[in-house]
Design a protein around this ligand. Sequence first.
Ligand code: HEC
Ligand code: HEC
Ligand code: HEC
Ligand code: HEC
Length: 123
Amino acid sequence: MTPWFRALFVVGLVAAVAVAAVQLPETVTLDKAKNKQAPVVMSHKLHAEKIACDTCHHTQKGLTAQTATEVPTCASCHLDPAKPEVPSMREMSLTKNPLHKLCIDCHKKEAKGPTKCAECHKK
Ligand code: HEC
Ligand code: HEC
Ligand code: HEC
Ligand code: HEC
């Protein structure tokens, strides 16, 4: 490759990566149950900086900030699922609701982050 062509090639690659990646949310609000429970706000930034993306976005193995294009919401699969084998986020149970399980289990394990109802469902 001639130097000018190589430069053009590199610029093209960088542009392609920039187009592929999505803007990561600073915070996310989970409010599909807001009729029953106060919405849950979490700092996405704080979590995404330290925890592998696919810990939470478990249907997209190996997801990174650079490869993220479309990320389906949890509710798109977990709210009122048609199949009984898909856990429902309508559950009050701390062991059956997939969000309770994922979020609270880690907070307990790390001894950091909210574990009590009102700390997440802030009125
Ligand atoms: C601790 C769990 C957790 C981690 C780690 C995490 N996310 Fe998320 N992310 C969420 C939740 C929860 C939402 C909100 C989803 C919803 O609205 O149902 C979200 C939302 C998003 C959205 C916005 C989706 C939309 O259309 O609203 C993107 C993009 C995203 N995450 C990408 C990433 C990437 C890339 C990483 C890793 C760098 C990452 N996330 C790490 C939990 C996490
Ligand atoms: C494309 C559909 C889909 C999306 C999107 C999705 N899930 Fe799931 N999830 C499933 C299915 C199917 C299962 C059950 C089978 C399995 O464990 O993989 C599951 C299982 C889980 C489990 C395991 C529950 C248990 O009892 O062991 C957790 C936790 C979970 N999901 C959390 C989340 C969170 C949080 C999000 C959003 C960041 C999310 N899921 C997005 C389809 C999805
Ligand atoms: C780590 C944060 C966290 C803690 C602690 C927590 N929750 Fe949740 N809970 C959530 C999230 C996130 C959802 C999904 C919310 C949404 O989409 O509106 C949820 C959903 C629910 C739902 C489903 C309501 C519906 O109709 O869909 C109920 C009920 C609920 N929680 C009750 C509780 C109770 C009771 C406690 C304490 C024993 C508790 N939660 C503790 C995060 C938490
Ligand atoms: C793998 C571990 C892990 C998972 C999974 C996880 N968290 Fe956390 N979370 C943490 C840690 C660690 C902290 C404390 C961060 C700190 O204080 O530096 C925290 C802090 C928080 C806080 C307080 C700071 C803030 O974000 O506003 C909220 C709220 C929270 N988590 C909500 C959630 C919710 C809701 C989920 C599930 C969708 C979740 N977390 C999943 C590890 C986790």
